[in-house]
Design a protein around this ligand. Structure first.
Ligand code: URA
Length: 306
């Protein structure tokens, strides 16, 4: 049974990668998948990984409990996760104390702390960089992404690759420049992969480790609002909830440390799904952001991608 479920999960992942968002799954398979994801002996990161491979409507379908079925699955799933670089143990998240002083002094102290963070640096490949937030420390808008990718760990700056170029264009479409906003990530290092290329989302443990650094950036910058770019940013900011997908909260104001959060698509998603419909769906969220930030909205901006 274990092998069948793993084969099913692999097939669902393959279909999702191929762009299929709806599948017919038998009642038995739904029960098995739910039990697999619920098995108490799976750790949170592994559970999340399994749950995320299951399409939404399968996850929310009704199914009764089915206790014993997947106990044996733990080892296999764990092995896979470790192979993907997700098994590393991290120490407790750092406690961040900043010096007294003005914003600039505190922000620079925080940046030094993160750039010299021993744990962060241990996870960075030789010649690559830990990545800290950039931009205007007096910004009203704080963009929060997932984690640095290949370009970012080379340059030591968030969102400088293809997704970053699109983010910059979207910021300009709001009538702002990149230098007017603050841009950070949930994670300060590029999640390690066993392969030289490719990215993976950070584990919960990794996100939790970096969270104090993000909280401190928000506390220093004191933005009017945060834009959560993509599902991982949502998870990092709002807390892990395997049953809350980006789709559930996209376009609806949430909160992080008392600051309004607008969850929206990650620019990489928009690069992969380059349709007028997706772009408009994202832009609707950006219009809400502009409104909350008190930015003027022209008729032209109002009508983008219609
Ligand atoms: N994607 C992110 O989420 N953050 C970056 O810095 C780059 C790409």
């Amino acid at each position: 049974m274990k092998a069948e479920v793993e084969a099913l999960v692999d097939e669902l992942k393959r279909l999702r990668k191929a762009g299929v968002s709806r599948v017919n799954v038998s009642e038995d398979a739904i029960r098995a998948l739910k039990q697999f994801a619920k098995a108490p002996q799976l750790d949170e990161a592994t559970r999340t990984q399994v749950l995320e491979s299951i399409p939404e409507q399968v996850r929310s379908a009704n199914a009764s409990d089915f206790d014993e079925v997947f106990k044996a699955s733990k080892t296999e799933v764990k092995k896979k996760a470790v192979r993907a670089g997700q098994g590393a143990k991290l120490p407790r998240p750092p406690s961040v104390t900043l010096p007294e002083g003005d914003k600039k002094t505190r922000w620079e102290a925080l940046r030094d702390m993160v750039l010299n963070c021993r744990v962060c640096n241990q996870h960075v490949k030789p010649g690559k960089k830990v990545v800290f937030g950039v931009g205007n420390i007096d910004a009203d808008i704080f963009f929060c992404g997932e984690a640095p990718g290949a370009d970012e760990e080379i340059q030591g700056e968030p969102f400088v690759g293809k997704a970053g170029q699109l983010l910059t264009k979207m910021i300009q479409a709001m009538g702002l420049q990149r230098e007017d906003v603050y841009i950070g990530n949930i994670m300060n290092w590029r999640p390690e992969m066993p392969t030289p290329t490719g990215n993976r989302p950070p584990t919960l443990e990794e996100m939790n480790f970096c969270l104090p650094y993000l909280k401190a950036q928000v506390a220093v910058v004191q933005p009017k609002l945060i834009v959560a770019l993509g599902a991982t940013a949502v998870k990092g900011l709002l807390g892990a909830d395997s049953f809350r997908s980006l789709r559930d909260v996209k376009g609806q104001w949430q909160e992080f440390e008392g600051v309004p959060v607008m969850p929206t698509y990650h620019p990489s998603y928009l690069l992969r799904n380059d349709t007028k419909r997706d772009k408009r769906a994202a832009w609707e969220d950006w219009l809400k952001v502009m409104e909350k930030a008190g930015l003027p909205i022209s008729e032209r901006q109002q009508g983008f991608f219609l």
